[in-house]
Design a protein around this ligand. Structure first.
Ligand code: ADP
Length: 574
């Protein structure tokens, strides 16, 4: 932190022992005081910013542990409470994830800023596809916008060239930053990205991105402060909004380095428009084309993650000394149908690479005993090893200056930072896996696959009046979770239906109502809407001891309950 502050030019207080013109002294005093002020503000701001997500992570984790404890104590057959508990765990775990991401964003900002101040920020140019960059942007921003119920639109000129040459990571960072701000500082309305380009006739294009929002706007007198380090405007009003006040400074510096520009127009209280220009080289004239349609389709599908390729004939090795990390990677890549082997140590990786022909190896760097670099060298040196020449990608949490270069010079084919981003990982795999083994999944195919799957696995449920998509909503579209809910529902059928019948024949409407109430909620959660509504009506009748209504509907409810359970058992046995 100290070196960062020095780098930030905040230790300006040097006193020269000579008399100086009073004006000059005064000026220096003001400068020193304001630098000091900025430093204190920065430290206070930063500790607040960093403490907030850490507190969230610890707090939410505490909740997860408590829920887990509760789940273990719950009687095995208490399916309503169990489902409720699992749902709670899911919500808390998602909060942990988002706090973790916030923390990472803050640390990244600080790292980038210190790199810039130390003159060590480089622009690394390479060919990339504009459509893929826009897709990533969509995936990053859409959820944030949806969380705040904002409309998010991307309007891209379809004639823009798709194959460009430049620093994709930095271009994405610039746009994410401004779009992220637009979402952060807008409470109602919309955020829009309009992308156009002007060909310059020398093989370059000047990309022009306009990011407009209907947010809080910026006062004219505050405009210049926007690009000043550590400056955040209207701190009182924005006290609950996360930020470091570094984003726009970094953005402007990156643009300067790439020969781009940034400007802002804003009406206080109405919204802002940030305009960014970035020159990029054109590699080929293939255009982004119907990106727009693809994008809108994605939007309709709610931006849910879908694999972008499949490689059922590919075999890869993932090396990490932490089991949970292996599980994360395996899970991220599950839908690509690749065969995924794992190794828990460098030594195990070397052995496996010798015996098995892999298409690619993902290698964690920091492992006890033999680290990733050493394992890589051993793999490369094993003569006759079946995987001694395959691409090896380094996985590391190391994001410091020069890390990438260091790993590449050690002989790694490429480098991915942890926590692993699923899109970055897929992209990397598409790049390094043998292209003959990679089948790209286009939208049409994806739809076919998912419809096919839905038709054969959920038909029985639909016939019994269950709407799986209603149920999936409760699980955040997590199919595995949904299936476990169904399982839970069916396995308690014998006991629950027995109880309902028992209290029905005893005419104990109070107890009867309690069980019907539970049936109502669990049925709703799995998407058995008709059954749930029927149970609701009977529950109300039970509350009023309205025996006549109950008698009129009880049989039907029990029949439906049985039919739904049978359909679940049929689904599970496929
Ligand atoms: P921060 O991390 O605080 O968001 P930035 O450098 O990205 O830092 O932005 C600096 C300040 O500019 C913000 O704190 C906010 O007050 C203001 N700002 C940035 N973008 C917008 C916007 N789209 N609408 C209103 N205010 C904005």
């Amino acid at each position: 932190m100290f070196s960062l502050l020095v780098a930030a030019g905040l230790s300006l207080i040097t006193v020269r022992p000579f008399v100086r013109a009073q004006g000059e002294l005064l000026e220096e005093k003001v400068r020193a005081e304001s630098a000091n002020h900025a430093k204190s503000d920065f430290l206070a701001n930063m500790s607040h910013e960093i403490r907030t997500p850490i507190n969230a992570v610890l707090g939410m984790n505490e909740m997860i542990l408590r829920e887990d404890h509760r789940a273990q104590e719950l009687a095995k057959d208490d399916s309503v409470d169990m489902i409720e508990t699992l749902k709670n765990i899911n919500v808390y775990a998602n909060d942990v994830k988002s706090a973790g991401h916030n923390l990472l964003a803050i640390v990244n900002d600080i790292l980038d800023f210190s790199k810039i101040e130390a003159g060590k920020m480089d622009i690394t140019e390479a060919p990339y596809q504009l459509s893929s960059l826009l897709n990533d942007l969509n995936n990053m921003i859409l959820f944030k916008a949806q969380d705040k119920k904002l409309d998010f639109n991307i309007d891209v000129d379809r004639t823009l060239p798709d194959d460009l040459y430049g620093d994709e990571v930095r271009v994405r960072q610039i746009l994410t930053n401004i779009l992220g701000n637009a979402v952060k500082y807008t409470e109602k309305g919309s955020v829009r990205l309009t992308l156009r380009g002007e060909e310059q006739g020398d093989g370059t294009i000047l990309l022009k991105a306009k990011i407009s929002d209907t947010g809080i706007g910026i006062r004219p007198e505050d405009k210049e402060k926007l690009f000043t380090k550590f400056q955040r405007l209207e701190m009182e009003r924005n006290s609950t909004v996360e930020g470091t006040g570094l984003g726009l400074v970094i953005t402007r510096r990156l643009l300067d380095m790439m020969g781009g520009t940034i400007s802002v127009e804003s009406e206080y209280g109405k919204g802002s428009v940030f305009t960014v220009t970035i020159p990029q080289r054109i590699v080929s004239n293939v255009s982004v084309g119907n990106f727009q349609e693809r994008f809108e389709k994605n939007m309709k599908e709610g931006g849910t993650y879908k694999e972008s390729f499949r490689a059922p004939n590919a075999r890869i090795l993932v090396v990490d000394d932490t089991r949970i990390n292996l599980a994360v990677v395996a899970n991220l890549l599950k839908s690509t149908l690749m065969r995924i082997d794992t190794a828990l140590s460098g030594a195990e990786a070397v052995k496996k690479a010798e015996d098995t022909a892999y298409d690619l190896i993902l290698m964690d760097q920091r492992m006890p005993e033999m680290d990733g670099t050493e394992a890589l060298h051993k793999i490369r040196e094993t003569s006759g090893g079946k995987s001694s020449k395959v691409p090896v990608i380094c996985l590391t949490a190391d994001a410091v200056i020069g890390a990438k270069e260091r790993y590449l010079s050690e002989g790694f084919s490429d480098y991915l930072t942890k926590p692993i981003d699923s899109f970055a990982l897929e992209k990397m795999l598409k790049k390094y896996l043998p292209s003959s083994k990679v089948e790209l999944v286009n939208d049409e195919k994806k739809e076919e696959i998912s419809e096919e799957k839905a038709a054969d696995s959920y038909d029985a449920l639909r016939a019994a009046g269950v709407n799986p998509s209603e149920g999936l909503k409760y699980t955040n579209n997590d199919e595995g979770f949904y299936l476990s809910m169904l399982n839970e529902y069916a396995s308690s059928y014998e006991e629950k239906s027995g109880k309902i019948n028992e209290y029905y024949s005893k005419e104990d409407w109070k107890e009867y109502g309690i069980y019907v109430h539970a049936l109502k909620s669990t049925s709703k959660m799995i998407g058995a809407m008709e059954l749930s509504e029927l149970a609701l009506r009977i529950e109300e009748a039970a509350k009023n001891s309205d025996a006549e209504t109950i008698r009129g509907k009880h049989e039907l409810m029990m029949k439906r309950y049985e039919a739904v359970t049978k359909a679940i058992n049929l689904t599970a046995s496929r």
